[in-house]
Design a protein around this ligand. Structure first.
Ligand code: ADP
Length: 356
């Protein structure tokens, strides 16, 4: 009984915060300057010293400043644990039956994969979230029974491919989106692997990562040009009142947002970049429509947003990491990413505040 009271108290508090701040959060993460950038004499274009909390000041080449505000700003020295702490309240609500989507957006090389996947020594949001979901579900085991399933897929050139194929030497299976009788978007045939602990999860992520590169000549190149989605399905049963819940947590490493030069891009490369632009702007349109509460939300404009339709909007929670580089050479792309992020948040950036 005490537990149920705690749950409803937590839900009430959560809903009060949602009333105030909405269901959409945008976090900005700036990676450190790389060794070769420092060696080339590059200095950071992000002025954290004179930025207020959750604010970012960008110094342009003419020394003018632009200011951006987010729900949270991570500095280059903030580690993976610091990122998890801010992310946890959103991701753990999947155990309470909410659908959740987390995206990493930005130019290639800004740390999208570092934030989501991380490295074996410095694991990212995907692994750490699952670790927390297992811990919390054990903690609640006298009242709730949870089963966790993991799926992994990729959207490349508007085609969906299952990455959890049994034989990783085979090219990944192609999938389509179907509407279920209840009106939700499903991907029939997508492998859902039951997972009992983090060791199994790490194995699956490695398997999925390998399947991603089959059939491509340059794995890194391809991974920056496709969206990689990890879906965690949580099936819960309340052992006291028998209520059942099913919810999804989507963890999405998006394709690189950089514009490909018109002269360089031809043939396949041009097609790829058109598909990426189309799906990233479709995602921006959907989130900004949700943030501004307009009645029409254009989910159908890309495979990505169509597939995620049941997990975006309504009482679903959305979190976007906008990843940026502090290097002056990336200034143009950095401003594009920050403008995109401000637009999805439904707020335009304000005039620059001068350093005093
Ligand atoms: P993307 O997925 O956006 O292409 P990556 O995640 O591959 O970018 O990051 C590019 C490089 O920068 C990698 O070597 C990564 O380890 C490093 N990196 C990115 N973000 C950070 C960070 N916050 N701290 C330390 N290294 C980082």
């Amino acid at each position: 009984k005490k537990y149920l009271e705690e749950c409803s108290q937590r839900k009430r508090l959560y809903n009060e915060v949602i009333e105030l701040k909405g269901n959409i959060r945008v976090f900005c993460r700036c990676r450190p300057l790389k060794q070769d950038e420092v060696a080339n004499g590059s200095t950071s274009i992000v002025d954290f010293e004179s930025s207020q909390e959750n604010e970012l000041q960008i110094i342009s080449s003419d020394s003018s400043r632009k200011q951006f505000k987010f729900d949270y700003v991570f500095k280059p020295e903030d580690n993976q644990e610091a990122v998890l702490v801010q992310t946890l309240p959103v991701v753990t609500s999947v155990l309470d039956g909410y659908n959740v989507c987390i995206f990493a957006y930005g130019q290639t090389g800004t740390g999208k994969t570092y934030t989501m996947e991380g490295t074996p020594e410095n694991r990212g949001v995907n692994y750490r979230t699952l670790e927390e979901l297992f811990r919390l579900s054990n903690e609640r085991s006298s009242i709730m029974r949870y089963e966790l399933f993991v799926s992994m897929l990729e959207v490349y050139n508007e085609k969906i491919r299952d990455l959890l194929v049994e034989n990783s030497d085979e090219p990944a299976k192609k999938l389509e989106i179907k509407q279920s009788a209840e009106g939700t978007q499903e991907v029939p045939g997508l492998v859902e692997a039951r997972v009992h602990g983090t060791d199994e999860v790490w194995g699956l992520l490695t398997l999925g990562g390998r399947a991603r590169s089959v059939g491509s000549t340059n794995a890194n190149e391809l991974s920056s040009r496709s969206h990689c989605l990890l879906r965690v399905t949580v099936v819960g049963e309340n052992l006291i009142n028998g209520n059942k819940t099913k919810s999804h947590l989507w963890l999405v490493d998006l394709a690189g947002s950089e514009r490909v030069g018109k002269i360089l891009a031809e043939g396949d490369r041009l097609k790829e970049s058109q598909f990426i632009n189309k799906s990233l702007s479709a995602l921006g349109d959907v989130i900004s429509a949700l943030a501004s509460k307009t009645s029409h939300v254009p989910y159908r404009n890309s495979k990505l947003t169509h597939m995620l339709q049941s997990s975006l909007g309504g009482d679903c929670k959305t979190l976007m990491f906008v990843q940026i580089s502090p290097n002056v050479a990336d200034l143009g792309e950095t401003l594009c990413s920050l403008n995109f992020a401000s637009r999805v948040r439904g707020v335009e950036h304000g005039p620059a505040r001068r350093q005093t």
